[in-house]
Ligand binder design. Structure first.
Ligand code: VGL
Ligand code: ZN
Length: 209
């Protein structure tokens, strides 16, 4: 699989808070960094996303006096409540220091509306508020997107599903992702990718092509 000018690499939320010792640490989250760094030179179009919440965000358990990893109902439906993470301007919200991001054309910050979470890089969790990414990619004549990063079962999953809905051919590079994996969420993500026709590949399918 050799990427061409119609392909984009979407690097999802490779931020300190999702790496070991971070506020919402994804097991082995930092291990995606060298894998992604090997991929970036293969793509002409690279987009980074950055989870970027205001203090007191509606997705934070502390905002509701609730336990982290419990669920609540917000105006758009069910929402998992997380430990405070990726607060705007905090060290935890910075990209992993070793992530080579110089080649990225665009950084999409998401989860900025105080009352709406945003797992997907395309639409917030209300499923209607757009980040503008679909329009950007179409303006660049992108036809296919390759998704990598954190977390496989949340932001990568929702991004890949929305990419399909937005009519992009969609590929997830599995060894360039790690999962939070609660309540079978990693297996559910894989099952959904299979159902939707989202391709799952290994990074070597790209780097050795
Ligand atoms: C994420 C939970 C909350 C993610 C972001 O990047 O997968 N998960 N915010
Ligand atoms: Zn978040």
């Amino acid at each position: 699989m050799t990427p061409n000018q119609h392909d984009a690499l979407l690097i999802i939320d490779v931020q300190n808070d999702f790496c070991p010792n971070g506020a919402l640490a994804v097991p082995e989250g930092d291990q995606v960094v060298p894998v992604i760094n090997q991929l970036t030179s293969r793509f002409q179009t690279i987009v980074l996303t950055q989870d970027w919440h205001p203090a007191g965000h509606a997705s934070f358990a502390s905002t509701h006096g609730a336990e982290p990893f419990s669920t609540t109902t917000l105006h758009y439906g069910e929402q998992t409540l997380w430990p405070d993470h990726c607060v705007q301007g905090s060290d935890g919200a910075e990209f992993h220091q070793q992530l080579q991001s110089n080649g990225a054309a665009l950084i999409i910050r998401k989860g900025m509306h105080p009352g709406i979470d945003s797992y997907s890089a395309f639409f917030e969790n209300d499923k209607t508020t757009s980040t503008g990414l679909g329009g950007y990619l179409r303006a660049q004549n992108i036809k296919r997107v390759f998704c990598v990063g954190l977390a496989y079962d949340y932001c990568v999953r929702f991004t890949a599903e929305d990419a399909m809905k937005e009519q992009f051919d969609t590929v997830v590079i599995k060894d360039a992702c790690r999962a939070i994996d609660m309540n079978n969420s990693a297996a559910d993500a894989t099952g959904s990718f299979d159902d939707l026709g989202i391709a799952m590949i290994h990074s070597s399918d790209v780097t050795t092509s």
